[in-house]
Design a protein around this ligand. Sequence first.
Ligand code: PSV
Ligand code: MN
Length: 424
Amino acid sequence: MQPEKYKIEEYNQRTIADHKRRLEFISSEVKDAERIINMLVDFQVAIPSWALGTGGTRFGRFSGGGEPRSLEEKIEDIGILHALNRSSAAISLHIPWDIPGNASHIKAVAAQNGLKFDAMNSNTFQDQPGQELSYKYGSMQHVNKAVRKQAVDHNIEVIKYGIELGSESLTVWLSDGSCFPGQLNFRKAFENTLESLQEVYTAMPDNWKMFVEYKAFEPNFYSMTVGDWGQSLLYANKLGKKAYTLVDLGHHLPNANIEQIVALLLMEGKLGGFHFNDSTYGDEDLTVGSIRPYQLFLIFNELVDGMDAKGMSHTTDLGWMIDASHNVKDPLEDLLQSVEAIMLSYAQALTVDRKKLTEAQDCNDVVVAQEILQNAFRTDLRPLVAEARLRAGGALKPVDLFRQENIRQQLIKNRGSKTVSTGL
Ligand code: PSV
Ligand code: MN
C-alpha cells in the first residue's frame, strides 16, 4: 500500500519549482538553514498503535473505513506515513490491544517498513475479558494486594514483549485515583502505587527507561494518584535513575504553563518523553498544533534550550511520541498533520537566537525577549521541513500525495469499509 518511490519522486518533480523558490527565500532569511534541515532529517516521532483507527467519545464512534485489522496492518499504516514524511520511523505499542503474538515476525514486518519499537504501554485502566480481578477501584494503588500484583505482573509481561521487539522503555499511565472525597486514603494510595512501581522498575533491564505519565483528571474526577508533574517526579525520584516523567500535553489543568514544567523537568534530568496532542478543554487528543501552536513552539523552545544545556541528543535522549485520537478526520491524514506540526515547531525553536534572548533576559528587556520568540514563531519554516522530507526520500506535501494516490480508498478496498481497529 505504500506509495512507490518513483511515484513520490514524480509527485515531487511536479511541485519542485515552487518549493525551490520558497526554500531559497527562507534560506537567505534564516541563519543556519542547512544545519536545521539536517537536524530535521534526523528527527523521528513515534506513532501510537492505538491511533490508527477512528476514535470516538462515549456518545459514539464513526468509522471511516479501511482501519487496520491486525498489528501487521497497523505497522503497514505507519509504514505509509513514514514513506510519505520520512519522520515516523517508530511505533509505540499498547498491550493488550496489540499483543505481538510472534515477536520475530512482527519485528520483521516493522523492519520491512523501516520502523523500530518505541515505548511499550501497559494497560491497567480497563478490565480485559477473562481477567480475574477488577481494576474498578484502581490497579497499582488498590487496597487489595492481589489486584496490585495482577497489575505488576501485567507490566512485567509488557516489558517481556518489549524486550523481544527491541523496545527500551515502558510508559506507565495509571487511571488510579478516586471519584469522591473520602473514597481513598491519599497516602496509602501513593505508597501502594510506589511499591507496585518499584516491583516493575526492578524487572526492567538496566538499559530501559520507565516513563511515569501523569494526568490531572479522568477517569477519576476527584483525585488522580499520579495527578501532576510533581507527583510523577516524586515517584520517578524515589524509583531511581531509570525512571522519568512523561508529559502528555492534554493532561494538565486549564492554562497550565507546560513549557515551564518541561524546563524544570529537563533541569532535573527527569524528563523522559512526550505524548503530543492538542486540546481546548481537557484531554481531547486533537491534532498536534491545531489549537495552540504558539504553546507548542514555546514548549519546543524550552526543549531545545534545556537539552542543549545538558548536551543531550535531540533525536535519542527523549521519547517523542504522539498520543492522539481522530473523531472526524482520516487517522492517517491527521497523523501526517501532527508530525508536520511537531517538525515545524522544532525547526522554529532551532532558529531562536539564544544569545540575544539571554542578553534581553539579563537586562530585563521584556519587549525584545518577546520579539525574539515571536519572530521565530511567525517565520514560515515550512520549506525547511519540506526540504528535509525531500532529502530523506519523502513527499513535499504528504497529505496531498496521500489523497492523489487514493491511499484510503485502496485500504478500504483491501480491508473493507467496516473494519474497527483496537484502541480507545
Ligand atoms: C491516557 O489519557 C493516555 O494519555 C495514556 O497515555 C494512555 O496510554 C492513552 O491515553 C490511551 O489512549
Ligand atoms: Mn498519553
